[in-house]
Design a protein around this ligand. Structure first.
Ligand code: EZ4
Ligand code: CO
Length: 402
């Protein structure tokens, strides 16, 4: 089953997506997401200029060998660009294998370990009252786990809060916007936000919060401790994860569960955090962590240490990644929860898919392969439109983590 064609499709139905399409000699094709928010064309070039020529003539059935060939064969290892490109190839080859076997991909991954995939929604507001309303909307839609972000008194903008009346979308067109950050107002505010949530919505709903890499370890420890009465499902990315032993300090101070890993590319990024049980949920995802094959290895390591998965699922991951994530989520034993930010109708029209949401859970569907398509004619009507994530500075102008 030789690969005869592979090509990259860049489209911007409201936001940019990079897709790899691999075609085999018998006409079966597979799709993989290669979107790296704000750095899309780097992955597109890595694929078109360096990976596609290596794929032509290879056996599409040899998924693991192709993964190792691209990983070891480049000599230069890891990193988001390389690993997103490898992920796209891997995802497309699983799609092909599923179609060739006439089975949904989750069946090839060992079959379903659960009936459906629990997902969490986003709710955000410019202030606490708006955030309360946003949570109520998500509860009405059937979600049982909700991530809550709010504007912070004293700060003009922050991560995770939409402009009035619009769905949250971090990448912005027309240059790089700058946010200003101050830790003290945040630390004073965030316990009050969740105190209000519990008083409005009771104890049953699972509440999550994304710190988005902004605190030092001791500040994160303070946040986790102050949030304990409101028993969060998780506190996400409390501190940047380059220095992994930093999480030991947070752990010594708080029982608030910790989720990390949406920017991780490989099992080596996760290794210490998992083996030392410094986190509770690993957020690595299909597109940025080497595809379905590599993410399964991360999950297998996590399973040994009672760490569950909680894959990143923001709108900058395309519906192809979402489909792949749901096959992975349904099959791995130590699945925890899946992030779900619904795509716009424009995006869904370019990527018609089988997966569906109902009553707080999702299912990838039973179509052969991943169960996701790309409408290439429609995609071609949305040319690439550069957009960047914001940057973040402290009050004195020092660059900070966004
Ligand atoms: O900032 O996907 O948990 N979700 C997140 C996301 C990320 C974006 C970056 O492209 O942190 O909103
Ligand atoms: Co996050």
């Amino acid at each position: 089953m030789k690969i005869v064609d592979a090509r990259v499709i860049v489209t911007c139905p409201g936001r940019n997506f990079v897709t790899l399409k691999i075609v085999t000699e018998d006409g079966v094709y597979g799709l993989g997401d290669a979107t790296l928010n704000g750095r899309e064309l780097a992955v597109a070039s890595y694929l078109t200029d360096h990976v596609v020529p290596l794929l032509i003539g290879r056996d599409a059935r040899a998924i693991e060998d192709t993964w190792q060939y691209l990983y070891k064969g480049a000599y230069w290892r890891r990193g988001p660009v390389t690993m997103s490109a490898i992920a796209a190839v891997d995802t497309a080859l699983w799609d092909i294998k599923g179609k060739a076997a006439n089975l949904p991909v989750y069946q090839l991954l060992g079959g379903a370990s659960r009936e459906s995939v629990r997902v969490y929604a986003h709710a955000n507001g410019l202030d606490v009252d708006q955030a309360v309303k946003a949570v109520a909307v998500q509860l009405d839609l059937g979600y049982t786990a909700i991530r809550v972000q709010s504007g912070i008194p004293g700060l003009s903008s922050t991560y995770g809060v939409a402009r009035a009346g619009r769905p949250y979308e971090p990448a912005e067109k027309g240059g790089v916007t700058e946010h200003r950050w101050s830790t003290e107002p945040y630390l004073n505010f965030v316990p009050r936000l969740f105190e209000r949530m519990r008083s409005e919505f009771g104890d049953e709903v699972d509440l999550l919060h994304d710190v988005h890499h902004r605190l030092t370890p001791i500040e994160a420890a303070r946040a986790g401790k102050l949030l304990e009465p409101y028993h969060l499902f998780w506190m996400e990315d409390p501190t940047p994860a380059e220095h992994q032993d930093a999480f030991r300090l947070i752990r010594q101070h708080t029982t608030t569960p910790i989720a990390v890993g949406e920017v991780f590319n490989s099992v080596f990024d996760c290794q210490h955090l998992i083996q030392a049980q410094l986190i509770d949920y690993i957020r690595a995802t299909v597109v940025h962590a080497g595809g379905i094959s590599h993410l399964r290895k991360i999950a297998a390591l996590a399973e040994l240490h009672q760490v569950r998965t909680g894959s990143h699922g923001a709108t900058d991951l395309s519906p192809i990644c979402m489909a792949a994530a749901l096959h992975f989520d349904l099959s791995v034993h130590n699945f925890g929860i899946q992030e779900h930010m619904p795509h716009t109708a424009e995006t869904d029209a370019v990527f018609p898919h089988e997966y569906a949401f109902a009553s707080g859970v999702m299912h990838p569907g039973d179509a052969p392969g991943l169960g996701v398509e790309i409408d290439e004619a429609l995609a071609a009507r949305y040319p690439y439109d550069p957009a960047y994530l914001p940057v973040n500075r402290r009050m004195d102008g020092t660059m900070h983590d966004w």
